[in-house]
Every structure is written in structure tokens, then in C-alpha cells.
Design a protein around this ligand. Structure first.
Ligand SMILES: [Zn+2]
Ligand SMILES: [Zn+2]
Length: 362
């Protein structure tokens, strides 16, 4: 992880690059390290790196997660060991599937996509202020495409035979020649007729009608890191819809909504709390119990404290998402004017007023 290069650096663009600049930079680099042009040993790794950078920076949502949290924002580090990040691009089938994106970028695409990656899914969860501040394990229930339980994903009726695909002679692969402004590319790509499987279903599974997939409800636990803020998206690699055979599953994006708190407000990693005291307490000084995320804290309000004064409870705020530190709790003093007075209180205030008036003359 630490050795991972910055995506902007990989594509050689600056942090403010627009979508067009990113696309251009990607095309140029992808062309340079295409295996037809570059037989270097690390060209595949290099291409993978470029493609990974592009897949994040070309997606607004992923890009903003990356900008905020770096690789961890898009790697699923927050998940519980779900998936392997971008580790799996299906290189077994050659560069075909990756290069489809590349060729599509030229507008010349053409090739049918035979093996599709599963769809990405979105889910929203609502957690409390404390859960967001201190972290929690949230329950998630999603409806997603999974392997058909009747045919174990084969798409064939259990016990039935499949027949060999005539287009690829059972190899599952076909040669494809692409023209581009850079010249001719030859790709070995998976056979569109049999979806790269080499055989054709003759008797489809009645449950999934040959797709090998079925929609299922799935429960999972999501480890929400301490310090997460409202509106953050967590990515769970490979937890979206299942892909076609040989293609990776989609990802699951979980949008975090933090419910407002009764009396705490958040400002970055600080917690803001309004403490209301009456005139007498503010004038004479007092000691009060102040609620914090970590239990009650005694706070001394010195005599003569003005409304609006801020007291800082060091380290009683919200943990930083990315480093081992916490914000503070800021206690804002509100000196409340009494709205109703008893007879006795009225008398006392009148006497007080007289006393103040006298004092003013001295
Ligand atoms: Zn089935
Ligand atoms: Zn075939």
C-alpha cells in the first residue's frame, strides 16, 4: 500500500486536471505501454497501474473519495477484507477487456463486450452522531445478483449437457483486429457467442433461464471507521452484483448519512456544545457537568464569564479518520436571560438593579 503511486502522478496530470485532460493522458500512456508496442517485462504491470489510476480519476465519485482519503478512499481498506482492490482485471484473457474501454475512447470501439463485470451497487445507511464519531459495525442489507443456487452459476439445467461452441471451437477465445489512429491492434478476446466459456447451453436452468444468476437478499456487517462524516461513501470491493463468468463482480458503495444530534454539532473534528447558564451562575462562577462523547466532564465557569465565551475540552472531540489524533470539544457559554420570574426573583432583580445604578454613580 505504501509503495502505491499517486494516481495523478501515474497519469502525469495535476490535481486540478479536468476529465478531458485525464482521458488524454490515459490514452497516451495506454498506447505507449500496449504490449503490441512495448515488450518490456513490466508493461503489463504498468498498464494495470495506468488503468487503475484512470478508472478512479475518470469517475467523479471515486475521484473525490480518492482526493479526500487517498488510496484508502477507493481501495476498500475500510471494509472487512472485502476483495483485493483493483487486483483483478482478468488478465488471463489478454488485454481485451481493458482495451475495450480504450478503444471506446476512440469512438471506434465496435467489439461486443462478451464478459461483463457485475454492476456497482449503491446503498445508503443512517448512523447516529456517536456511531460516526466513535466507529461502529453497521448492518447492511442489499439485494444483489448472486450465483444461481439451482445450477451453481453454470446456467445449464442440472444434469444436462452443453455443446461445444462453433465460433471458437470450444477455446472460448477469438482473435480480433482493431484499427486505430495508431495502427492495427490484434487482440485475443473472449468469444462473444459463448461468452468465453467454449460451450453453449442447450438446456437452460429453469430458475435463472440460463443466466447463472439470481437476485438475493444479502446481509453484511460494515465496519464504519471512527471519525467518518456525513456524506462519505465507503467502497466495498467486489460486493456488488456478480459478474459474467470470468468477469469480476461489481463494487458496493455505501453512502453514510449521519443523523443530527440533540445537542452536539460537528465542525471538522471538533464537537460544538452550547452550555446554558443563568445570570447568577455567570456572575458568581459555577461548576457544571458537561456531556462529551466520552462521558461527563466537570467544567469550571469562572466568575464574570461573558455569554459567547468558548471553553476547550482538549481531546474530547472526534477522532481523525486518517491519523491517531482527536479534535476538541468546544463549549460555548450561553448566558440565558430568565423569561419568567417569581415574585421573589423579581424583587431580587429590582434590588440588584438599584444596587447597579448606585454602583454606576460611584
Ligand atoms: Zn440457474
Ligand atoms: Zn465460443
Amino acid at each position: 500500500m505504501a509503495s502505491k503511486r499517486d494516481y495523478y502522478e501515474v497519469l502525469g496530470v495535476n490535481k486540478n486536471a479536468n476529465a478531458d485532460e485525464i482521458k488524454k493522458a490515459f490514452r497516451k500512456l495506454a498506447f505507449q505501454c500496449h504490449p503490441d508496442h512495448n515488450q518490456g517485462e513490466d508493461s503489463e504491470a504498468k498498464f494495470k497501474e495506468i488503468n487503475e489510476a484512470y478508472s478512479v480519476l475518470s469517475d467523479d465519485e471515486k475521484r473525490s473519495a480518492y482526493d479526500r482519503f487517498g488510496h484508502a478512499g477507493v481501495d476498500g481498506t475500510f471494509g472487512q477484507g472485502f476483495g483485493q482492490g483493483f487486483g483483478d482485471f482478468g488478465f488471463g484473457g489478454g488485454f481485451g477487456s481493458i482495451f475495450e474501454d480504450f478503444f471506446d475512447a476512440f469512438g471506434g470501439g465496435g467489439g461486443r463486450r462478451s464478459s461483463r463485470r457485475g454492476a456497482d451497487l449503491q446503498q445508503k445507511i443512517s448512523i447516529t452522531f456517536e456511531e460516526a464519531a466513535l466507529g461502529c459495525n453497521a448492518d447492511i442489507r442489499i439485494s444483489r445478483m448472486e450465483q444461481c443456487s439451482n445450477c451453481s452459476g453454470s446456467g445449464s439445467k442440472p444434469g444436462s449437457q452443453t455443446s461445444r461452441c462453433s465460433d471458437c471451437n470450444g477455446s472460448g477465445k477469438v482473435k480480433r483486429v482493431q484499427q486505430s489512429i495508431f495502427g492495427q491492434f490484434t487482440n485475443i478476446t473472449s468469444c462473444p457467442k459463448c461468452n468465453g466459456e467454449g460451450n453453449i447451453i442447450t438446456d437452460p436452468c429453469p430458475k435463472c433461464k440460463g443466466s447463472g444468476k439470481e437476485r438475493k437478499e444479502h446481509n453484511m456487517k460494515l465496519k464504519v471507521p471512527a471519525g467518518i462524516d456525513n456524506g462519505t461513501n465507503l467502497k466495498l470491493n467486489g460486493q456488488g452484483d456478480i459478474g459474467d463468468k470470468g468477469a469480476p463482480p461489481g463494487d458496493l458503495y455505501v453512502a453514510i448519512e449521519v443523523k443530527p444530534h440533540k445537542f452536539f454539532k460537528r465542525d471538522d473534528t471538533n464537537v460544538i456544545y452550547d452550555l446554558s447558564v443563568n445570570f447568577a451562575q455567570a456572575a458568581l462562577g459555577t461548576e457544571v457537568d458537561v456531556p462529551t462523547l466520552y462521558g461527563n466532564e466537570k467544567l469550571k465557569v469562572p466568575a464574570g464569564s461573558q455569554s459567547g465565551k468558548i471553553f476547550t475540552l482538549k481531546g474530547k472531540g472526534i477522532p481523525h479518520l486518517r491519523r491517531n489524533a482527536k479534535g476538541d470539544q468546544l463549549v460555548r457559554l450561553i448566558v440565558a436571560t430568565p423569561e419568567k420570574l417569581t415574585k421573589e426573583q423579581r424583587k431580587l432583580f429590582e434590588d440588584l438593579e438599584k444596587s447597579f445604578a448606585k454602583g454606576d454613580k460611584n
